[in-house]
Write a protein that binds this ligand. Structure first.
Ligand code: ADP
Ligand code: MG
Length: 282
């Protein structure tokens, strides 16, 4: 997996299960990234009892990009992910996957199937099941790929599981019940489970929360490795983690009060007076 380079056609093929047909019901080419954009939000507003959690939010993510989103608590970051994944319906605005897929017309399971994977703050793994089985189950969830849990895995699927285990660095834990893993290991396992679905876009909401410094850097390594395999949007507070993901050239979006406050390299946004006042300086 680590030797994948970003290439629009290859992403289509992976996102839509060219090889082992893992999961997706979408037809090849359904996500049109011909203009280079995987996700596009325009003027999105969400109100809760008159309070605007999102206020004319507009942003776009390039296909293959790893975008970091930062911003104070209550800025609307999680609400934005709720809108993208179909959990919350916006009052107004556009939300598109690629050029043509209007996400506001789809429900949560449809959006998951078309290739948007979401990692919530708390890890949700099958605690009683071994690590290996967690990955196996994740591959099967959407389409009943095998008739029963006991069905023998074909070699391609086994290879995928092994590849993912190596990527999330849990090769040595394959037979352990997931419940015995450390917090950081569980988080990596859950990311592995999402990867088994071959998402085109992965949304991660504060994935480093509650991790030790070592675990945080291991997670940064993993996400950096995934670059080009899928597009990613990462919401995070830990600035060292953001620095490890964004590097010098990566784009960082700062949200505040439901819209974009600043956008640019980490260095640029860190020195933006508005950002210092509303977020970093506090
Ligand atoms: P962030 O993830 O940036 O911390 P959230 O998106 O969770 O921010 O929240 C943005 C604002 O919207 C907060 O003020 C929060 O209290 C409010 N909010 C979020 N979800 C709901 C909801 N379901 N009902 C009412 N208010 C909500
Ligand atoms: Mg949040």
């Amino acid at each position: 997996m680590s030797d994948y380079v970003y290439d629009a056609d290859a992403i289509d093929e992976r996102a839509f299960g060219g090889d082992a047909g893992m999961g997706h019901v979408a037809t090849p080419g359904e996500i049109d990234i011909s203009h280079g954009t995987i996700l596009y939000l325009d003027d999105v507003t969400v109100s809760f009892d008159g309070f605007r959690a999102l206020n004319k939010l507009s942003l776009a993510i390039d296909a293959g990009e790893l975008r970091c989103i930062i911003g104070p608590n209550g800025a609307g970051k999680t609400t934005m992910m709720d809108v993208i994944t179909g959990k919350t319906e916006p009052d107004s605005g556009k939300v598109f996957l690629g050029q043509t897929i209007d996400l506001t017309r789809m429900n949560e399971p449809e959006i998951a199937r078309i290739g948007i994977g979401r990692k919530f703050q708390k890890p949700t793994v099958f605690e009683q099941h071994p690590v290996w089985e967690n990955l196996e189950l994740a591959m099967k969830t959407d389409k009943g790929w095998f008739a029963s849990l006991r069905a023998r895995l074909d070699r391609a699927a086994q290879a995928r599981i092994e590849e993912t285990l190596a990527l999330i660095r849990l090769e040595g834990e394959a037979r352990r019940p997931a419940g015995e893993l450390s917090h950081g290991q569980k988080q990596r396992l859950e990311i592995g489970m999402l990867l088994m679905q071959q998402p085109a876009l992965l949304l991660l909401d504060e994935p480093a929360a509650g991790m030790t410094d070592d675990e945080t850097m291991q997670l940064a390594d993993l996400l950096n490795h995934l670059r080009g395999t899928c597009s990613m949007m990462v919401v995070e507070h830990d600035m060292e983690f953001v620095a490890a993901l964004a590097g010098e050239a990566g784009m960082v979006t700062v949200m505040a009060e439901g819209s974009v406050l600043a956008h640019g390299t980490l260095d640029t946004v860190k020195n933006d007076p508005n950002v210092i006042e509303s977020y970093l300086g506090r």
